[in-house]
Design a protein around this ligand. Structure first.
Ligand code: ZN
Length: 336
């Protein structure tokens, strides 16, 4: 009993570091996965961090875990995917407050005139003005059928309803949102080639020609290079096509990791040493491959702080939502 109490007290006072996870610093038309933070709120976060925390680079934090010595109050900032707003909006603010950050880059869209598949799907299903009433598509053996009824036409109220949807917390509030969710779930585990081919078929069904929204682009190669040259920042790995790795065989996983590594090394001049699993999705094979590929640590999206006992290939992170200073302060103090 005494030992147990001693253990609990020790555990309670164990130093904890936090790694924050951002994706976009923008105000997009919809944000059902709650991955966008407005520039105003983001600046407030940086002000809070500057005043109250010891913001260190992710490399230093990983080194601390390896040495078994977590620094007091330490926190690190990460950005996933490589959206252009990271370069245009987040970078200048991070420079203004002189705060280090790590950018995990899905390299397939760097410099491409293309949206990520989930953004394109969102635009097609939720915001196309007129859709055929009936949807029926076979994707990888799954038959997806929907009758949009009066939602075939996008009324202003439906547009607002779709824009406000929080898919993490709420059931789909409209037929269009339900169809989006079903397609998203079906497409997420598939290889990129099938995702892209399915998107083409969905686009053909909408009858709308392909268009790319400027605010959904990834960085250009030149932007990524400029970002990597700043000593405050590091560019790290997030695969090529952003697959849910655990759904793929070893060869597919290895290919995604290695091509991403090669691209980033050639572009930035240094070899990434850290990896973030797309969607936080991984299995034993992924962790073994990460270690074999030379990564010193890998990050999930599992929400937990980091202690000196944390496992290096499944380090937790905390997703930051679009909130102002008070809620952000409460979020980061949860793990004090
Ligand atoms: Zn990602």
């Amino acid at each position: 009993m005494k030992n147990r109490l001693r253990y609990l007290i020790k555990k309670y006072f164990e130093r904890r570091a936090v790694v924050l996870m951002y994706h976009r610093v923008a105000v997009p038309e919809a944000d059902m996965w709650k991955i966008a933070v407005s520039p105003e709120n983001f600046e407030q976060h940086l002000q809070v961090l500057r005043k109250t925390k010891n913001v260190i680079s992710l490399q230093d934090l990983v080194e601390d875990v390896r040495k078994g010595k977590i620094r007091k109050n330490s926190i690190a900032l990460t950005f996933d995917d490589g959206y252009m707003d990271n370069f245009l909006v987040a970078k200048p603010l991070l420079e203004k407050y002189k705060l280090p950050a790590t950018f995990f880059i899905a390299s397939g869209n760097i410099g491409a005139s293309a949206e990520f598949w989930w953004d394109e799907l969102e635009q097609l299903i939720l915001f196309t003005e007129h859709l055929p009433r009936h949807f029926a598509l076979e994707i990888n053996g799954n038959s997806i059928v929907s009758d949009l009824e009066q939602e075939a036409h996008l009324s202003e109220s439906l547009r607002q309803l779709n824009s406000r949807w929080d898919a993490c917390e709420e059931a789909p509030p409209s037929r269009r949102c339900a169809l989006y969710y079903e397609l998203w779930r079906c497409l997420k585990p598939l290889p990129e080639a099938i995702q892209q081919e399915s998107l083409q078929r969905i686009r053909a069904w909408t009858g709308v020609p392909k268009s790319v929204r400027a605010d959904c682009l990834s960085m250009t190669k030149a932007q990524l290079q400029e970002l990597s040259r700043n000593k405050l920042f590091s560019v790290e790995a997030h695969t090529v096509s952003h697959p849910a790795l655990a759904f793929h065989d070893r060869l597919y996983q290895a290919d995604e990791l290695l091509r991403n590594l090669q691209y980033l090394e050639e572009t930035t001049g240094y070899r990434p040493s850290l990896l973030a699993y797309p969607y936080g999705n991984y299995n034993e094979e992924t962790m073994a491959l990460a270690a074999a590929s030379g990564f010193t640590a890998a990050f999930t999206t599992e929400e937990r702080p980091i202690t000196k006992h944390a496992l290096l290939y499944r380090l937790g992170r905390v997703q930051v939502k679009n909130c102002a200073a008070p809620a952000f302060t409460a979020l980061i103090n949860q793990w004090k």
